[in-house]
Unconditional design. Structure first.
Lengths: 479, 425
């Protein structure tokens, strides 16, 4: 006889053993899997422990109100006992204006603040062309930021009202005709220049009129004499305008309608204001120049190619400091006798060239990474060179090179600290040196460097995270 | 029937220079060339006029005038009576020595951090991420200034190392003590390190334009010879392995060849270290390394290492998992997989960006000006320029030198790069 036994119901599954679940399993896998890993973990914990025990009391004993380093130390000794260490952030409280604005007169601080806020208002039409929702969002944030900071900076009532009216007007425009906000972007450089440096409002306006003349001549001349000659005529007309008519027109307009802000010298700029002015201008001008150089380097035309290669390799071969010294010492030799233009402008030009050469190499990498078929397809469609570049090649090449482009931008922003060597007051060396030379704060070293370093870190880290987000967002291939 | 080929033959018209793609590139190039030549002529003309207006001439004769300033760190003999050219050489050597040690240290640290960042150990990889992000996102200038300030303001003065008789009697320790078995003293004036001395050195030979240290030369020659012999041993071992399939044991031969001759030479020349000692108010003996050098080297190393770590990490991650899985399937152990399979392939991805990091490091040595380190920028582009007032010559010469250094480094590294690249057949 045969007996069968078959289980009719399943056993309930046992929970995994204690060592194979939860924190223990995770620790066994991630911290203690091999003897080497155990050693590394112990070492890591040791380092963290050392850093914490060494610096935690210092952070905890921070002093926020004092008028000198000695007073700070007395307060720390009184509260935490003799021999205790403590950070003295009171120094930052006393000097933060210099760290942010340099020697920019405090009564005029609303101007850089307004320019900074409007920067985002000017950028948003480019970043979100025609998307009313995003435009409204950005402009709303700008409005809140401006109202808050201008109120804190005790801006004059008229300036306050005008800036709020400007942003509200832009907001209204974004609701009705979002495309038109782009004109604000076009006008922004002149507005920003006028806000920061002050002087007569007519200077930047008349200079901008030169570009309008260029465009007008090109637009109305091209049906009669062809595209290229019209462009040439436009450039000639604009240059003539700037060379001969600019100054008299500005003077006569100024005498008729005197409307000007207090003029600020370049040596009053400093701190992060200076770093951001140089960084933002350098970034926005180096990208187009870099693209042109990269295209020139990839070109079939021998002369164009060798000039581009020569420029790129020369700039990349020398340190930025030597280029900055060229700006401060050598430009006076290379320009017509008697020319003497602003040191910040000279520095910006050289920094732009420097970044453009690096960008050109980065973009060239992107151009080279595109499959040959893309170029051939563009040709097969009958697109001419510029259309092919604009519609087919560059969008893809730039997309590939976004991470490297952004890290070049980060490098440029960090390199703005080097302007200290040509006598400008950057936040790191310039301002910190002044603070450390102050009799009250002599001997302070961690606090200013931590403060400046933290701001740089936040900006640069933010830029690199944004590039990662952009890269992910633009990733359209299905590999 | 009319033939389609009867199209009228175009005669050349002037407008074809712009609208015909066959001629357009010539037009563009000629226009560009003319514009470039005009720009160069304009700049040169301005320069000539400006030089005339200032009553200056463009020549390099000032390089042979007396310099008249002192340089702290000098790797070629120099006094303030030497010429500006000599000062230039000293500066150049100072630039190169920081760049050389910086590249080596940054590579070692960078590879270590890059590999650890990929480690399966959660804690260690997070710590390395913190390191990389911290150093990459803060300007190099901050690290240079901070290390300099920390070195020169938080380190004890030399007299803190003193043990007075009362302290010895009371059994007290001095406020500061030397580290690394009493051979290294870090004071607020600099770091005192032991110096190598030879009792029976070979002296030096005067070649007229420079003096040659024969002791040093002998050492270099012996080391080069041992490396060459070692390479021969390895080549012959390889040949034997190819012939017979059995690799002869070479490690003891290599060790012997690499180290025995050098050690024998050092003993023969009476090599010993002179340890710095506190005498009077300062340390005597040994070598005083200025804080400007240490701070610059430290900051450059830490900063560049963060970038190299990212390059190494990207290079290793670029190798597909299939490679290491295939190696494991063949039965290779993890260490050999890394050495034989992953690294040779990753190296091809790593080297080109590594070259540009070396170039960046070399160019960044010019930031030594922030801590008054007298490198090329500090001598030729700094004191010499200010003393002689020859901005144009000094700046052009300095740019030329930096450019040549960059080109030489990239040429050498590109040669190395092409030797490790895949040979496409």
């Amino acid at each position: 006889m045969d007996q069968h036994f078959a289980r009719t119901d399943m056993l309930p599954p046992m929970p995994p053993p204690v060592t194979e679940r939860g924190a223990i399993k995770w620790g066994r896998e991630n911290l203690f899997s091999t003897p080497l890993n155990i050693a590394l973990t112990v070492l890591g914990v040791g380092i963290i422990w050392w850093v914490i025990t060494a610096s935690l009391p210092w952070w905890l004993n921070s002093v926020w109100t004092a008028s000198s380093l000695g007073e700070c130390r007395d307060i720390v000794a009184a509260s935490a006992g003799e021999g205790a260490t403590g950070a003295c952030w009171a120094m930052i409280r006393q000097w933060w204006g210099a760290f942010i604005f340099g020697f920019y007169p405090p009564t005029e601080w609303w101007r850089p603040i307004l320019a900074f806020g409007l920067l985002f208002a000017a950028l948003s039409p480019v970043l979100f062309s025609g998307q009313t929702r995003n435009l409204t969002l950005i402009l709303g944030v700008v409005l809140v930021f401006l109202v808050g900071t201008l109120w804190l900076a005790e801006a004059p009532a008229l300036a306050f009202a005008l800036s709020v009216a400007l942003v509200v007007g832009l907001l209204a425009l974004a609701q009705v005709r979002p495309g038109l906000t782009l004109w604000f972007t076009v006008a922004y450089p002149a507005l920003c220049f006028w806000l920061l440096w002050g002087g007569s409002v007519w200077g930047p306006l008349v200079a901008m009129a030169g570009f309008a003349i260029l465009y007008g001549v090109f637009r109305f001349g091209s049906p009669f004499i062809g595209l290229a000659p019209a462009a040439g005529a436009g450039v000639v007309a604009a240059v003539l305008w700037w060379l001969y008519l600019d100054v008299p027109v500005v003077n006569s307009l100024q005498s008729m309608l005197p409307f000007s802000l207090r003029s600020i010298n370049s040596d009053q700029f400093g701190g992060f204001l200076l770093a951001i002015v140089i960084g933002v201008t350098g970034i926005s001008f180096s990208l187009p120049i870099g693209i042109l150089l990269a295209l020139g380097r990839q070109s079939d035309m021998l002369i164009v190619k060798s000039l581009s290669v020569g420029f790129i390799e020369f700039i990349r071969g020398v340190p930025l400091i030597t280029l900055l010294f060229t700006a401060s010492l050598l430009l006076q030799y290379f320009l017509p006798p008697g020319t003497n233009f602003d040191i910040i402008l000279r520095v910006i030009i050289l920094v732009t060239f420097f970044a453009a050469a690096y960008l050109a190499e980065v973009i060239r990498g992107g151009l080279a990474a595109l499959p040959r078929g893309q170029y051939e397809a563009a040709d097969a469609l009958g697109l001419d060179y510029w259309r092919a570049q604009r519609l087919i090649i560059l969008p893809q090449a730039l997309k590939i090179s976004i991470p490297s482009i952004v890290s070049t931008f980060i490098g440029l922003f960090k390199d703005t600290t080097l302007v200290a060597f040509v006598g400008l007051m950057d936040p790191l060396k310039g301002v910190t040196q002044i603070v450390r030379a102050d009799i009250n704060w002599k001997g302070i070293y961690w606090e200013p460097y931590i403060f400046v370093g933290a701001i740089f870190f936040v900006i640069c880290f933010g830029m690199s995270r944004y590039s990662m987000y952009l890269e992910k967002k633009l990733k359209t291939d299905h590999r | 029937m009319a033939m389609a080929a009867d199209v009228p033959k175009d005669s050349f018209r002037l407008s074809m220079l712009i609208y015909d793609t066959r001629y357009r590139s010539y037009t563009i190039q000629i226009v560009v060339l003319v514009l470039f030549a005009l720009a160069v002529a304009w700049l040169l003309n301005n320069t000539v006029q400006n030089l005339e207006a200032r009553g200056k001439q463009f020549n390099f004769a000032f390089l042979w005038q007396r310099a008249g300033y002192d340089i702290g760190q000098q790797l070629v003999p120099y006094t303030n009576d030497s010429t500006h050219f000599r000062a230039l050489l000293v500066g150049l050597m100072n630039t190169l020595v920081v760049a050389f040690f910086g590249c080596i240290l940054a590579t070692i640290l960078g590879v270590l951090i890059g590999v650890l960042r990929l480690s399966k150990n959660w804690l260690v990889s997070r710590l390395m991420t913190v390191y990389v992000e911290m150093f990459r996102n803060v300007p190099l200038l901050l690290w240079i200034l901070l290390s300099y300030v920390l070195l020169s303001e938080t380190t004890p003065a030399p007299n803190a190392f003193r043990i007075t008789d009362e302290m010895a009697a009371a059994g007290e320790a001095p406020a500061a003590s030397m580290i690394l078995w009493d051979s290294l003293a870090i004071t607020n004036r600099g770091t005192n390190i032991p110096s190598p001395l030879f009792e029976r050195g070979l002296g030096s030979a005067d070649l007229g334009f420079m003096t040659l240290n024969l002791t040093f030369l002998a050492l270099v020659l012996v080391i080069a010879a041992s490396v060459f012999v070692n390479r021969r041993i390895l080549v012959s071992a390889r040949a034997t392995q190819e012939d017979t399939g059995v690799r002869p044991v070479t490690w003891w031969k290599s060790l012997l060849v690499l180290f025995a001759p050098t050690i024998a030479l050092l003993i023969a020349m009476g090599f010993h270290l002179e340890v710095p000692e506190l005498r009077g108010f300062n340390f005597q003996g040994g070598i005083l390394v200025a804080h400007s050098f240490t701070a610059l080297l430290l900051a450059l190393t830490l900063y560049t290492a963060a970038f190299i770590a990212e390059i190494v990490r990207a290079g290793i991650q670029a190798i597909s998992r299939g490679q290491s899985e295939a190696a494991f399937a063949l039965g290779l152990r993890p260490g050999r997989t890394m050495n034989l399979i992953i690294l040779p392939q990753a190296l091809r991805v790593i080297i080109p960006p590594l070259i540009s990091q070396f170039l960046n490091l070399t160019k960044n040595t010019s930031l030594g000006i922030a801590v008054s380190y007298l490198d090329l920028r500090g001598t030729l582009g700094g004191i010499t320029l200010n003393q002689t007032g020859r901005e144009l010559e000094c700046m052009l010469l300095m740019m030329l030198i930096y450019l040549s250094i960059s080109l030489i480094i990239s040429a050498v590294m590109n040669m190395y790069n092409s030797s490790v690249q895949l040979k496409a057949r």
